[in-house]
Design a protein around this ligand. Structure first.
Ligand SMILES: [Zn+2]
Length: 552
């Protein structure tokens, strides 16, 4: 007390000024601070914070608002105003480039009959490139007449141009006679893992699965400029919905080079986990020539995507028993098992992951057995099955036995439930879309959309996974509600678990010190919001590597 009394008032002020000066200058300068939020870190303890400090694209501080503001300073601050932030969403299975390329094609998803398809095509005839008119998104399950269409009307209306119409799932095309003769397809071609439909010896215009290639390979590939445009358009659509990483299923060498270049120039900011298409060029280049995975901070090339069957919608998925609404067929396998297992062995030896598309219960059994043959025992190769749509209860344990990661699309369940019942019958449908059951095998599940088969919006994925309803709120009680994931697990399925499925759990998927600052801010708390409000959720910020790439 004596000491204080001796100090002059102006000295006290000076003391505080010096103290403040020193402490202010002790603050660490960072690139971006976000504060006053509810930040779901999704770290191991599911810690919730209020603020983050970001420098050089990484999280350097995370904690309470006063802690972060006392320790760090930045010219760029985001006041989250109580809103919720999450690790950036990852779509574990999508067709990002194809989504972008569709801008140059005709959307047929609104058609309710083939007559309507003709109308839409005529209205958009200017989208042809002179030789080819390409449409996508038709789905006879939405029509009154749910039988396969034929090309009679196409032939009548489009004689001088090649017309190719992709079914919504990408597992069937309808083409006109002109396209068939342009492609010079011999009428008697037999294709393994696909077929050209004939009725009474006449080609109907329907090409299924592997047979589609007979036509598709004749369509001139989009040039680099169109692909660049497509990628940037797809990026815009994705970041505005909170995606910071996309797992692109099925890419070739040139596409990957283009993506890599655009990421290097900074035009493509979204991160990409690339699944290589199963083709000779990719095997030759990535396995025989390079011989190891490729990795940059934004691109990871270390997996091969295989097609083991087709889709349920086009009855190409391979089932143990015949289709309930078409007793003459079980669907078919698209891989010759011996060759497939040789490829699996090869990619395993070179450190690549297998991602195999498997829809039918027969397919899932076959490929899990093949995986087992190669993997032999429990392991950390993180091989994935894409879709795992229908799986016999007696085969589910194989996921655990070989540490297989299920990569599923919750919106498929809520888009398919009504017609899937016709394809499979009630009992068998219970073996399908079993996300909670699949999750429990290894306590991991990776969620995606398969866009453009489904819409991009990850909020729909979350909603479908948790409430088992489509965006119209149907079915009212949820489809097979016992298979719903809880909210936290669904969120992890869109963040940390796909990161794990991509071997990237140490760099992204949760908000933690030293991880990439891939973060999104939403206007609703999806872990807490009322069910009916969740679908209205909007993205306020998307941040990739500390850079605000989208703001609303
Ligand atoms: Zn797909």
């Amino acid at each position: 007390m004596m000491f204080l009394k001796k100090i002059q008032p102006n000295k006290i002020i000076l003391f505080f000024l010096i103290f403040c000066f020193i402490s202010c200058n002790n603050k660490i300068e960072v690139d971006l601070i976000s504060h006053n939020g509810i930040i779901y870190s999704l770290d191991n303890n599911n810690n919730v914070y209020e603020a983050t400090a970001i420098k050089n694209g990484k999280i350097v501080g995370i904690g309470k608002t006063h802690q972060i503001l006392n320790k760090y300073q930045s010219k760029n601050k985001i006041d989250l105003k109580g809103k919720t932030a999450y690790p950036g969403f990852i779509d574990a299975h999508c067709h990002f480039l194809y989504h972008g390329l569709q801008q140059a094609m005709i959307d047929l998803s609104s058609a309710n009959s083939f007559e309507e398809i003709i109308k839409i095509l005529k209205k958009n005839n200017d989208k042809n490139d002179g030789d080819w008119l390409i449409g996508y998104g038709w789905d006879q399950n939405q029509w009154e007449d749910k039988n396969w269409p034929n090309n009679e009307l196409l032939n009548k209306n489009f004689k001088n141009i090649n017309v190719v119409l992709n079914r919504i799932d990408g597992h069937a095309i309808m083409v006109n006679e002109t396209a068939i003769s342009t492609a010079k397809v011999p009428l008697d071609t037999l294709v393994s893992g696909g077929y050209i439909e004939k009725i009474n010896g006449e080609i109907t215009g329907l090409f299924m699965d592997n047979a589609m290639e007979l036509i598709l390979e004749k369509i001139p590939e989009a040039n680099e400029e169109s692909k660049k445009k497509a990628l940037l358009k797809a990026q815009q659509d994705c970041i505005s919905l909170g995606l910071t990483t996309v797992d692109i299923a099925g890419l070739n060498k040139q596409d990957i080079e283009l993506i890599n270049n655009l990421q290097r120039t900074g035009e493509l900011k979204i991160k990409v986990y690339a699944m290589l298409s199963d083709n000779e060029e990719n095997f030759h280049y990535f396995i025989d020539s390079i011989g190891k995975p490729l990795k940059t901070s934004k691109l990871n090339v270390r997996s091969f995507k295989f097609f083991a069957d087709g889709s349920l919608g086009s009855r190409g998925a391979c089932l143990l028993k015949p289709y309930s609404d078409e007793k003459t067929t079980n669907g078919m396998l698209l891989q010759q098992q011996e060759l497939y297992e040789e490829k699996l062995k090869k990619i395993k030896d070179f450190g690549f992951q297998a991602c195999t598309h498997a829809i039918g219960d027969s397919t899932n059994r076959t490929i899990l057995k093949s995986y087992g043959k190669i993997l032999k025992t429990s392991n950390d190769f993180r091989w994935r099955v894409e879709h795992v749509q229908c799986i016999s209860p007696e085969d589910i344990h194989l996921l655990k036995k070989y540490n297989i990661i299920p990569s599923v699309q919750p919106t498929h369940a809520t888009s398919d439930f009504s017609w899937a019942l016709l394809r499979l019958g009630k009992n068998r449908l219970h073996n399908c879309y079993r996300y909670q059951t699949l999750f429990e095998e290894n306590r991991i599940i990776a969620l995606g959309t398969d866009f453009p088969v489904e819409e991009i919006n990850p909020i729909h994925t979350f909603y479908a996974a948790v409430f088992r309803k489509n965006k119209d709120g149907l079915p009212l009680n949820g489809f097979q509600k016992n298979e719903s994931l809880n909210r936290l697990d669904a969120l992890k399925g869109m963040t940390i678990w796909p990161a794990l499925a991509n071997f990237e759990e140490n760099e992204k998927g949760s908000l933690e010190i030293n991880k990439a600052a891939d973060m999104i801010v939403l206007d609703k708390d999806i872990l807490d919001e009322n069910q009916k409000e969740i679908l209205k959720t909007k993205v306020i910020y998307t941040i990739i590597d500390g850079e605000i790439v989208y703001q609303n």
